[in-house]
Write a protein that binds this ligand. Structure first.
Ligand code: G6P
Length: 361
């Protein structure tokens, strides 16, 4: 693996730009591109009798599990719990009879996630680690491993690992769905057709860098930024806020758009920019009405989505299928945070107080 910055000024930017390649590599690991069949990615994990899946992680990896919860419940019809490792470890838990516990970590060394894995051993049917580092402690300790094939990630703010984690978990959701007879062969083949467009659509999104730059420069002038989304765009909004605060030091919050009226709307005025992730899904109209509520209160609004009108401040993303959209939006949020940090002049690759891998509690 190459671990220099190449032509890029920062590892973070290099890693953002590596995503078409890292996702194509992972796609080849999980799908037989010729035949469109899913590969037997985790042969020792049997999803057929599973009555529950719990996914445990920290930071960005946690938001990848949050995105994947929608996919696993939809495609495999298994109830999913998502947990922050530092919370999961220290509370009494009730396990299912046939529960699969999935631990997601770029490094495979995060102390809380590792401890959570050790804790559940013997109490769940199977433990599965989804990691980027195949030689990590987590990969060694779990019953089964799925590697996200992202290559070394040096920038402290996780980028290509996030999209790799989402794709690996989506492949697991489809595998579980096929094994349980929920995903029929025609449905799988349509989804695989969508997935093969992923590297190209991610490349097209990277080309929107110029549009994103102007928005990033405006956002970073503010003291607070609110990111909103509904459904699968909600964890994307949370990851956007995390990335933004990590590297720009501007306070940012990620919120479910429908929850806005239960609190955060009190903060909205003309000094509060609100960034809305519009999904091209059944929730579009509802998100649009939440967006209208903030505009009515004078907020500066930025919309991100494939159906964004050109006249609106925002980023018009390439049209993509529902399963690909979170990846496209992930690239936008990464570039938005990166360019905002650049405008502010922070240390993008090594933000203050943060570590790449938190190996102590
Ligand atoms: C640190 C990093 C984050 C990362 C989190 C979890 O906080 O700064 O970027 O998401 O740890 O790390 P892991 O290696 O377990 O994915």
């Amino acid at each position: 693996w190459e671990v220099d910055k190449g032509p890029y000024p920062h590892f973070m930017l290099k890693e953002i730009h590596e995503q078409p390649e890292s996702l194509a590599r992972l796609l080849r690991e999980v799908i037989d591109i010729e035949s469109g069949a899913l590969k037997d990615i985790v042969p020792t994990v049997d999803f057929r009798g599973a009555d529950r899946i719990v996914m445990v992680a920290c930071g960005t990896a946690h938001y990848a599990t949050h995105v994947a919860k929608y996919w696993i419940e939809r495609f495999a019809r298994i109830p999913v719990e998502i947990e922050i490792a530092s919370e999961f470890r220290y509370r009494p838990r009730v396990h299912g009879k046939h529960e699969i516990a999935i631990f997601v970590s770029q490094s495979g060394e995060t102390a809380d996630t590792l401890a959570a894995l050790k804790d559940v051993q013997g109490h769940v049917t199977k433990t599965l680690a989804v990691v980027n580092v195949p030689t990590s402690t987590m990969a060694r300790d779990a019953d089964a491993v799925l590697t996200i094939e992202a290559g070394p990630e040096i920038g402290v703010a996780s980028t290509k690992a996030f999209t790799g984690q989402m794709l690996a978990l989506l492949a697991l959701a489809l595998k579980a769905g096929c094994d349980r007879g929920v995903v029929a062969p025609e449905m799988l083949s349509a989804l695989v057709d969508d997935l093969v467009t992923l590297p190209r659509l991610v490349s097209e999104t990277l080309a929107l860098s110029g549009d994103i730059d102007q928005i990033a420069r405006n956002l970073v002038q503010s003291e607070h930024v609110l990111f909103l989304g509904r459904g699968i765009q909600y964890p994307i909004a949370c990851e956007a806020a995390l990335k933004f605060k990590e590297i720009t030091y501007v306070h940012a919050d990620g919120y479910a758009a429908g929850e806005l009226k239960h609190g955060p709307i009190a903060l909205v005025d003309d000094a509060m920019p609100v960034v809305v992730f519009d999904g091209a899904d059944a929730l579009t109209e509802k998100t649009a009405s939440n967006a209208a509520e903030v505009v009515a209160r004078g907020a500066r609004m930025v919309r991100i989505g494939a159906s964004v009108e050109v006249c609106v401040a925002g980023v018009r993303t390439p049209a993509s299928s529902e399963v690909v959209e979170p990846f496209v939006n992930a690239v936008v949020l990464q570039l938005l945070a990166y360019q905002a940090a650049l405008a502010k002049g922070t240390n993008v690759d090594q933000p203050r107080n943060l570590a790449k891998s938190v190996t102590v509690e």
